[in-house]
Design a protein around this ligand. Structure first.
Ligand SMILES: Cc1ncc(COP(=O)(O)O)c(C=O)c1O
Length: 392
């Protein structure tokens, strides 16, 4: 558990907390100073000495990002590809699955909209079926119902760990047991969970996992990664090929790399990748279990404070709830609430139906205000937010 001194130190290492009360960590977190400084220094050197030359100078350190991410996930470094964001990572995995007509994809109500659009897009060309697992009475994937949906045609189980629009934490390990039992590919969208909660790919049992750098990992924008288990990498065929992902072995022949980096391409934002490494190392240094404990505590505390207001309703569901707090204020649009708080230097965001259509429609919620806490936030900041909400 973090002490008050720990929190003071984390805040002293995060310049942004002096300017804003940042409760938009599910959008893009405030990076620790070590991340900002490494990105700025690297860019400065690139501009001064040349991109290729500076890459060569920092080669070993940049390459270390694979080991750092692998450590975070309990994976191997050769099971990691570093990409531009979670969407690119997720799509690289999804498009590499050799679907055929008649295959079934099983997803969950809380799935991210872009993922669902990818299923629809695939359906345009191929006769695949998409099944959505119903929620149980607590609002999370009904694991028994998932078991019942599986047929011989089920090709993929695709689940969001923590959705974009609520504090829900999906029962990913129970889902993984089913995926393993039936030997079905399991793709986990860990975009909001990476850096928020422990991710152990062996315990979860997923085959592929996608994440972004800028959210709970506190890395730079425009960074992300994909984990592909060595169990399944042979059966996944990247949609994109270039000189980095494959070797041109003879005029009419090529061979993909053996590791997960077959999902990357050659050109990359190396200042961002270095920053991502620093961000992951920073988390590893602090400890993800304590981070989750603190986020869970602050999330619950904020829900309690909001629920004590007569005109506010919180919408989070699920047995376990994390740092994304979703709520509405009677008679006020979500954007009004967001703009009101912004006037006082308090950052929250808002989401409408298109961000998580299945979930929002099923629960009859048109829009939400999203206040997403991280471990460096304080109870005093939450109190300040609630005090300012009362002025609305
Ligand atoms: C659950 C979830 N999945 C995927 C994404 C897409 O992430 P990115 O913007 O890094 O591509 C988001 C972004 O908000 C998200 O919340």
């Amino acid at each position: 558990m973090f002490t008050d001194n720990d929190i003071t130190r984390f805040r002293s290492e995060t310049a942004g907390v002096k300017n804003v009360i940042h409760l938009n960590n599910a959008g893009s977190s405030l990076p620790p100073d070590v991340v900002r400084e490494s990105v700025l220094d690297y860019l400065q050197e690139e501009m001064t000495f040349g991109g290729y030359e500076v890459h060569a100078k920092y080669f070993e350190e940049i390459e270390g990002v694979y080991g750092s991410i692998a450590h975070l996930l309990n994976a191997n470094a050769d099971e990691i590809a570093v990409l531009e964001n979670a969407t690119v990572a997720w799509t690289a995995a999804f498009q590499a699955i050799p679907f055929k007509a008649g295959d079934e994809i099983i997803t969950c109500q809380a799935d991210y909209s872009s993922n669902y659009l990818a299923y629809l897009h695939l359906q345009k060309n191929l006769d695949v079926a998409v099944k959505v697992v119903p929620n149980d009475e607590q609002g999370q994937v009904d694991v028994g119902a998932l078991d019942g949906l599986i047929t011989n045609a089920t090709r993929l189980i695709s689940i969001v760990h923590i959705p974009t629009n609520s504090g829900l934490v999906s029962p990913v390990e129970a889902i993984g047991k089913i995926a393993r039992r039936y030997d079905i590919l399991y793709l986990l969208d860990a975009c909001q969970s990476a850096g928020q909660i422990k991710l152990d790919v062996e315990q979860i049992g997923c085959d592929m996992l996608s994440a972004t750098g800028r959210k709970y990992l506190r890395g730079p924008r425009g960074t992300g990664f994909l984990y592909v288990s060595s169990r399944v990498k042979e059966q996944l065929i990247p949609a994109v090929v270039d000189l980095h992902s494959a070797e041109w072995t003879a005029t009419n022949e090529y061979r993909f790399r053996d590791d997960a980096r077959k999902f990357e391409n050659w050109e990359s934002n190396f200042s961002g990748i270095l920053g991502l490494k620093k961000a992951v190392d920073y988390i590893l240094g602090i400890g993800i279990d304590d981070i989750w404990q603190r986020i869970h505590f602050l999330g619950s505390s904020l829900r309690e404070k909001l629920n004590s207001l007569d005109n506010v309703s919180t919408y989070d569901v699920g047995e376990v709830q994390g740092g994304i707090v979703s709520f509405g204020v009677d008679g006020r649009s979500a954007v009004e609430v967001k703009n009101h708080l912004k006037k006082y230097g308090i950052n929250v965001s808002w989401l409408g139906t298109p961000n998580a259509r299945l979930d929002m429609e099923a629960r009859g919620i048109a829009e939400i205000v999203r206040a997403s806490v991280h471990y460096y936030n304080t109870e005093a900041e939450l109190e300040e937010m609630v005090a300012k909400l009362k002025l609305l």
